[in-house]
Each structure stands twice: as C-alpha cells, then as structure tokens.
Ligand binder design. Structure first.
Ligand SMILES: NC(=O)c1ccc[n+]([C@@H]2O[C@H](COP(=O)([O-])OP(=O)(O)OC[C@H]3O[C@@H](n4cnc5c(N)ncnc54)[C@H](O)[C@@H]3O)[C@@H](O)[C@H]2O)c1
Ligand SMILES: N[C@@H](CC=O)C(=O)O
Length: 477
C-alpha cells in the first residue's frame, strides 16, 4: 500500500462533511502522519441528529426483510473489499496484516449474523385474562442511537453495534475513536453503497470526544447510547445518560484470569494462552491478564511458555506475530506497570530486547500477588503476569477479587472441576480449554464494572428493540 496521506471527513446525511480543524492520524508502526481528518463541529452534530431522526421515521415503515437484504449486501461488500479494509486497519491501528484480515472477517460476521436475525424480532400472543381480549406484544426499534467505539478493533466494534441497530430499524450516529477514523469512514461508505438510507449511518469525527458526545447525549431525539471503551469513560457517560434515563449499553474493560489446573493439557493451555494473551499485542478487552498456575505445573508451564514467547517475531513485516502498541504512551504505561511490579517484589522471568518506537517485546513476570498494582490493572500489552495457586477455592476468590468481570479462561480436564469453577467465576464469558471465544453468534459482554448488556447473539438485537404491549378489547355488537 502506498504511504500517501489520506484525508477523511465526517459523513452526514449520506454526504462528506468538511468540518473545521484538522486532526492528524498517526501510523503506530512509525508514528508518521497517515491521514488528515476534518472535525465535526456543533452544527454538524445537530445536522446529524436531525437527519437521523428523519431517517428513523423512514426506517419505521420499512420491512425487516428489506433491512436484512441491505445488511446482507453490506456483508458482501465488506468481504469483497477485505484486503483494502485490512490494509487500512494495519495502517492506522498497527495489528499485523494477518490479524487485520481476520478482523475483517470477524466484523463481517456480525453483519451477516444480524442480517439473519433481523427477521426474527418476534412478538408474542399472551393468553388473555378475560374473554373478549387479545393481548400481544410487538418489538420496534428504539430510535436514534449514538455509538462510540474504541481503536483496538476499529471494524468489529462498529459492525457489532451498527448491524443490530439497523436490523431493529434504528438510525445510528457513530463516533469512532480519533485514533482509527479511516476504517470507520470506509465501512460507512460501504454501508451507503449497500443501500443504507442517507441518515441511517452517519459518522462524526473529532479529537474532542467529550464535548461532541455530551451534545449528543443531551439531545431529546437521541434514545440510546451504546459505548465500547474503558470503564472510566463508560461510567462518565452513564452519568450523562442518566439525566434523560436513556437506554445505555456499555462494553467496558476486562482483567481476565487464565487459570491452568494441574489436570490441564499443558500443550493446549500454551496454545490457548498465545491467542488469549498476544492477539493484537495484548490490546484486547478479553486478553488473558492474570495467569493463575497451579503450583504443581507452574515451573513446567513457565519453561514451555518462555520457549514459545522467545520465538515470536515483533515488527511490522507481513509475517510478524506482534505489531506495535497503539501509541508511545500505551507502551510507557505498560513498561511502568512492569517496573512497578518488579519494585513490589515480582520476579522477571523473560524480557525480549528493547525496541524502538511503539514496539514492545513480550515480558513474563512471576510472583505476582493480589496487592500489587499490576494485578488490578488492565495491562493492554504483551506482558504475562503469573500468580501461583494451590486450591480451587483460593483461585476462584483471587480471580473474582477485581472490580471487572468480562472474560475468564479455564484449562483443566476434570469435568466436575470445570463445572464448579465456571459457576464460581463472576465473569460474563468463559473459555473452557479454549483461548479464542469471540463469535458473532454468542452474547459478548461482562459482569460488574465490565458493562451493561450484551452484543452479538440473539441478545445483541434486543438491545435495540422496545417491547410494546397491545391490550385489545374486542367490541362485541
Ligand atoms: N468490552 C468490550 O467489548 C470491549 C471491546 C473493546 C475495547 N474495550 C475496552 O476499551 C478500552 C480501550 O479502548 P480505548 O482506549 O479507545 O477506550 P477509551 O474509553 O479511551 O475510548 C473509547 C471511545 O470513547 C471516546 N471517549 C474518550 N473519552 C471520552 C469522553 N470523555 N466522552 C465521550 N467519549 C469519550 C474515545 O474517543 C473513543 O471513541 C479498554 O479498556 C478495553 O478493554 C472493551
Ligand atoms: N477482543 C474483543 C474485543 C475487545 O477488545 C473481541 O474479540 O470482540
């Protein structure tokens, strides 16, 4: 791909909107400027809301079948453009091209899934309490939706929201991360090409999300907020939406335990950990963050892991396993967590060579204890932090002792133990002898401060639907 500097503008009512100011988008691989983006102002935001409101009324009288057909065309266009989309993701987000291609397919998977689910937003007939009554329910789209997405999966975190919203008949205003606007704009262009009505998907770009999102959240026409990002920003937005009691879905941060029992198949557990820890250089919300190893297998597991980790290639070449972190600040934060853990008594088991720019070599730490800062932090980098345990009760307690509860992983072959531990863990998703759990057909989401609601699966559509109860008395002449 040539390294020309792209330009990008917000999309309002189906058209590019050349806003004011200029935001620079940097390539994480070398921190060069890859795009200049104009920013949406308050007027643009107001126009987008008006257009979304108008479009919602159009969508209200469209059929689920027609929306399903349009979603299916969007799915096909994403798949037809997968190389281009993947290159954009690698350029602005940094993940290796093979992972970017996998993200395109994953993102498209949500569109296909919700093209199918669109026609299954069933209502119900309720047995009536008296004669001459018919009690039914219907489901209708909630209205104008605002979606805010992060940079780590710049395509999939968008399709996981926009596809169910459109399937439900909602119009959508998207504010993607300022770090990855190009993928968002490209996806929206493909949606319009597929047949999305002009106000059905609009994209507002800004480097000042606080002001723009506050404007959206305080508007009477906006009926739902769906947010994916950090727990701290999610909580702040929940305060805003509380003011109008707006429907709010939050997909927030994680701190996943990865528990390896002494009955585990260690080869399988290593394979699972390589995916759950190192995908996207450790920058995933469901990344294995705390590695709990039973004392009987700890030494063997760590030596097998060292062997695998020392063979990983870090860089921006086609075959690299680990790309750069998103920003230099993200790398400094991760190195700070490692230094802090060492100061607090952790032991350094492995650290690859020091690398330039945003690239970071993997690190393995052992001797991590629950009172260390790293234990309670979402590391978001290729750092393995190992905690030793003795008993099932002890590991469940330690795993549950954090404030978030998104994903957890268990490796064991004792079926009764797998059942007990799965039931005991306070996490919304559990990988059992499996390190790759993401799937459009499954409900994605967390407990405790990891969020509210679920995305994907059948539940993902309900998040955008209102249930309306109709109580009809039959007039008998
Ligand atoms: N649970 C999930 O499904 C899931 C998926 C992906 C990422 N995440 C989480 O996202 C985080 C990483 O993403 P990030 O760094 O982009 O998160 P972030 O919270 O910094 O930003 C997310 C989005 O919120 C916007 N934003 C930031 N401050 C805002 C404010 N004051 N008001 C309104 N909007 C604001 C950003 O512009 C961005 O679009 C991690 O914590 C990760 O675990 C969760
Ligand atoms: N890793 C998640 C997204 C959060 O980062 C996914 O697989 O959907």
């Amino acid at each position: 791909m040539s390294r020309e500097t792209y330009t990008a503008h917000s999309i309002i009512n189906g058209q590019p909107y050349c806003g004011t100011g200029t935001l620079e988008v940097l390539c994480p691989a070398d921190n060069s400027v890859v795009a200049l983006v104009t920013e949406a102002d308050t007027q643009a935001t107001e126009l987008a809301i008006q257009s979304a409101e108008k479009c919602f009324n159009v969508l209200k009288s469209s059929t689920a079948k027609s929306r399903a057909d349009i979603l299916y065309r969007w799915y096909q266009l994403i798949m037809d453009n997968q190389t281009h989309l993947a290159e954009l993701v690698t350029l602005e987000q940094g993940k290796p091209i093979k992972e970017a291609l996998a993200e395109v397919v994953y993102a498209a998977g949500y569109v296909k899934w919700f093209a199918q689910e669109a026609e299954r937003a069933y209502g119900a007939v309720i047995p009536a309490h008296t004669l001459n009554h018919q009690l039914t329910t219907v489901q209708q789209g909630v209205g104008v939706v605002v979606g805010i997405t992060p940079w780590n999966f710049p395509l999939a975190m968008i399709t996981r929201k926009v596809a169910p919203a459109y399937a439900a008949g909602c119009s959508f205003i998207l504010k993607p991360s300022e770090l990855t606007p190009l993928s968002a704009i490209e996806l929206a262009k493909l949606a319009l090409e597929a047949g999305f009505e002009d106000g059905a998907l609009q994209v507002l770009l800004t480097s000042k999300p606080h002001a723009l999102v506050a404007q959206l959240n305080s508007h009477r026409a906006v009926r739902k907020l769906t947010f994916t990002g950090s727990t701290s920003v999610g909580k702040l937005l929940l305060e805003q939406t509380a003011k109008s009691a707006m429907r709010t879905s939050l997909e927030l941060g994680g701190n996943a335990p990865f528990v390896v029992f002494d009955s585990a198949d260690l080869e399988e557990a290593i394979e699972g950990l390589m995916i759950a820890k190192f995908r996207n250089a450790g920058q995933t919300c469901i990344a294995a963050n705390r590695i709990f190893l039973h004392s009987k297998i700890k030494s063997q597991f760590i030596s097998m892991l060292k062997e695998r980790v020392s063979n990983l290639t870090i860089g921006s070449t086609q075959d690299a396993d680990i790309g750069p972190l998103i920003t230099i600040c993200a790398k400094q934060k991760a190195l700070g967590l490692v230094a802090g853990a060492l100061n607090q008594g952790a032991k350094l088991v492995y650290q690859g060579e020091e690398l330039e720019g945003n690239f970071m070599s993997p690190v393995i730490l052992e001797g991590i204890k629950p009172d260390m800062t790293i234990f309670g932090s979402e590391i978001f980098a290729p750092v393995v932090s190992v905690i030793e345990f003795e008993t099932e009760a002890q590991v469940i307690d330690m795993a549950n002792s954090v404030e978030v509860g998104l994903a957890a992983y268990i490796y064991a072959t004792d079926i009764a133990q797998i059942h007990r531990v799965s039931m005991g863990l306070d996490f919304g998703m559990i990988g059992i002898n499996e390190g790759a759990i993401s799937n459009p057909a499954a409900p994605f989401g967390g407990m405790k401060q990891s969020g509210l609601g679920r995305e994907g699966g059948a539940q993902g559509l309900s998040e955008y639907l209102e249930v309306k109860y109709l109580c009809q008395r039959t007039i008998v002449n």
